[in-house]
Design a protein around this ligand. Structure first.
Ligand SMILES: CC(C)(COP(=O)(O)OP(=O)(O)OC[C@H]1O[C@@H](n2cnc3c(N)ncnc32)[C@H](O)[C@@H]1OP(=O)(O)O)[C@@H](O)C(=O)NCCC(=O)NCCS
Length: 171
């Protein structure tokens, strides 16, 4: 646990920013934060080499401005793209930039057969990013895992690698 204690301690006094956390399962208390860091982040890296969650840095300043991820939808076999930025970084194309890089990394470097995306039905910015990078909207899906169950149906996006590589692989 020592590996996660310092970041967990730093998370404690942070003030949640609702526009950022509302689509990320809400604010987590210390116990839930430690659990997420241990299981969903650190253990996941060991169990699934190449996949996981990465910090997003602003190229111009080097400051951390968010995170991006390529990991399993919890309780499912689908590999999803995910992303979040601090509010000050919104609207500058960074969400699209990191999502596009994840898609290319997943198909070209990891040879994943397909990649999906999910977003709350009212999260238009996220849905727009997923469509801009080339995922296709295929209706809605709901998931039983407690991380998503209360959300109900979510916007569902997917893309197969063969199809994507034929269109974008050589770009
Ligand atoms: C989703 C998020 C990462 C987008 O980051 P961003 O850097 O602002 O995204 P971009 O600037 O690359 O693109 C956003 C696009 O959505 C559009 N958009 C933004 N708000 C919108 C809205 N309410 N309705 C429709 N489109 C919207 C923007 O105009 C832009 O499209 P354009 O480039 O065609 O003009 C950011 O809003 C965020 O961190 N949100 C909170 C966390 C979150 O929701 N994560 C996703 C969970 S599924």
């Amino acid at each position: 646990m020592t590996a996660i204690s310092p970041p967990a301690r730093r998370c404690g006094p942070c003030r949640p920013v609702r526009p950022v956390t509302r689509y990320l399962g809400g604010t987590k208390d210390r116990v839930k934060t430690e659990e997420m860091l241990t299981i969903r982040c650190l253990q996941y890296y060991d169990d699934h080499p190449g996949l996981g969650i990465w910090m997003t840095l602003d190229r111009s300043s080097g400051s951390p401005v968010g995170f991006h991820l390529l990991n399993h939808i919890q309780g499912e076999s689908f590999i999803q793209i995910g992303f979040a930025l601090v509010k000050a970084a919104w609207g500058r194309g960074m969400g699209t930039e990191m999502a596009a890089a994840l898609l290319r990394y997943g198909f070209v470097e990891l040879s994943l057969p397909s990649i999906v995306g999910i977003a709350s039905l009212d999260n238009r910015a996220s849905q727009h990013v997923l469509e801009k990078i080339g995922l296709h909207r295929r209706g809605e899906r709901a998931f039983p895992h407690p991380a998503y169950a209360s959300e109900g149906p979510m916007a569902w996006f997917e893309r197969d690698s063969r199809d994507w590589l034929a269109e974008c692989g050589s770009m």
